[in-house]
Design a protein around this ligand. Structure first.
Ligand SMILES: [Zn+2]
Length: 378
């Protein structure tokens, strides 16, 4: 994560952290590791080793270069966790996804780093030298190192933002362990993305038997997205079991923050439609559409060079496209029947417990918007 920091965000706690890269301040900085270098030599990775054996939580931000919120949140959380490593069982690893694209502020430069992770696509890229080929190789080395150095089960949280505003949500492959992990973050869980989109990083991680979830934490430029991402990382720290409940009050606070933001949406939804687009379609969403906005079959949601584009089914709209890059015009999701979800829980504790913990620590519960304040994200 070196180079992703802002002055003052790291605290004074880096001393207890395994040194990974030197640069800590200033703007996003290119960090191309030397050929064959391990993740430790990678300035875009922070590896915080806990005092005793335990699970490993790998968090990834910025797989898409126009989504810096996760990167910033990880810098903030890693800075604070570094000071807690003496209490930590297991390891916390924070990684930056597409460094070159983050530097350019674009989703990707040559190809989408979150669509390349199939056997055939990886094979097709082998030996090539586009910017993303270097990023892919760097991340593959990191995954290998995680597998070699882990001292317990591995959890992965992959943090993204969307070009549309509206509700935050999680996605996972539908395995029970993944669903349990995703649902410690109290926002809707969207299932079935894997049926519509190929080559995502977390699908690739299925082969390792790791527990994975994606968190879409808001709109790219929204200041609250970073606060939501940080809240989710604390919840993942707690859920993975890196710290005891009393050592991570941020998890309870984060839970209540996210719950306050996401109130009123169904807990589990299923993706039923993806509107695929190519650059030549010149697809544009109608202005003002938001995540989870109800739509009826036939509603016009955008247009392309052939004319109006309608939602083909009833449901709720997800990720209507408001950026040039990307191959998904919009998705439609619907409530998954029989998925009431039960009472929300914070990593095993009831909401009331979380609230009591926050209040006992002298904190108040705020929405991510309130935490972030009115300023734009940096
Ligand atoms: Zn993304």
């Amino acid at each position: 994560m070196g180079g992703m920091g802002r002055p003052g965000t790291g605290g004074g706690a880096e001393a207890s952290e395994e040194a990974v890269g030197g640069e800590r301040r200033g703007q996003v900085k290119r960090a191309v590791p030397e050929a064959g270098g391990g993740a430790e030599a990678d300035a875009a990775v922070r590896w915080i080793e806990g005092a005793s054996d335990g699970p490993l939580l790998l968090c990834v931000g910025g797989l898409h270069g126009n989504e810096p919120a996760g990167v910033r949140a990880l810098e903030e959380v890693a800075g604070r966790l570094a000071g807690q490593s003496g209490k930590m069982a297991g390891d916390f690893v924070a990684a930056v996804g597409n460094i070159a694209a983050l530097e350019a502020g674009r989703r990707f430069l040559a190809y989408d780093l979150n669509r390349v992770w199939t056997r055939s696509r990886l094979a097709a890229r082998r030996g090539r030298s586009a910017p993303e080929d270097r990023e892919t190789a760097r991340l593959a080395r990191l995954l290998k190192q995680v597998q070699e150095r882990r001292r317990g089960p591995v959890y992965v949280l992959d943090i993204h933002t969307t070009s549309s505003g509206g509700g935050a949500f999680t996605t996972t492959a539908g395995l029970p362990a993944n669903r349990r992990f995703a649902q410690v973050i109290p926002v809707p869980l969207v299932l079935g993305l894997g049926k519509h989109v190929e080559g995502t990083l977390i699908t690739h991680l299925d082969q390792f038997g790791w527990t994975t979830a994606v968190f879409e934490c808001g709109q790219h430029e929204e200041a609250a997205a970073r606060a939501r991402a940080a809240a989710a990382v604390w919840l993942a720290v707690r859920a993975a079991g890196l710290l005891r409940e009393e050592d991570v009050p941020e998890a309870a606070r984060g839970f209540l923050t996210l719950q306050a933001d996401g109130r009123g949406l169904p807990p589990v939804m299923e993706m039923t439609h993806r509107h695929a687009v190519t650059e030549s379609d010149a697809y544009q969403s109608r202005p003002g559409l938001r995540n989870f906005q109800p739509v009826r079959a036939g509603d016009i949601v955008g247009n392309d060079r052939r004319g109006d584009v309608a939602a083909p089914v009833d449901g709720r709209l997800l990720m209507p496209l408001y950026q040039e890059q990307g191959e998904d015009g919009f998705f439609v999701v619907e409530v998954k029947e029989g998925e009431g979800g039960g009472a929300p829980r914070v990593a095993g504790a009831a909401v009331e417990t979380a609230r009591a913990m926050v209040e006992a620590a002298g904190g108040v519960v705020e929405t991510a918007e309130a935490v972030a304040g009115p300023r734009k994200t940096d």
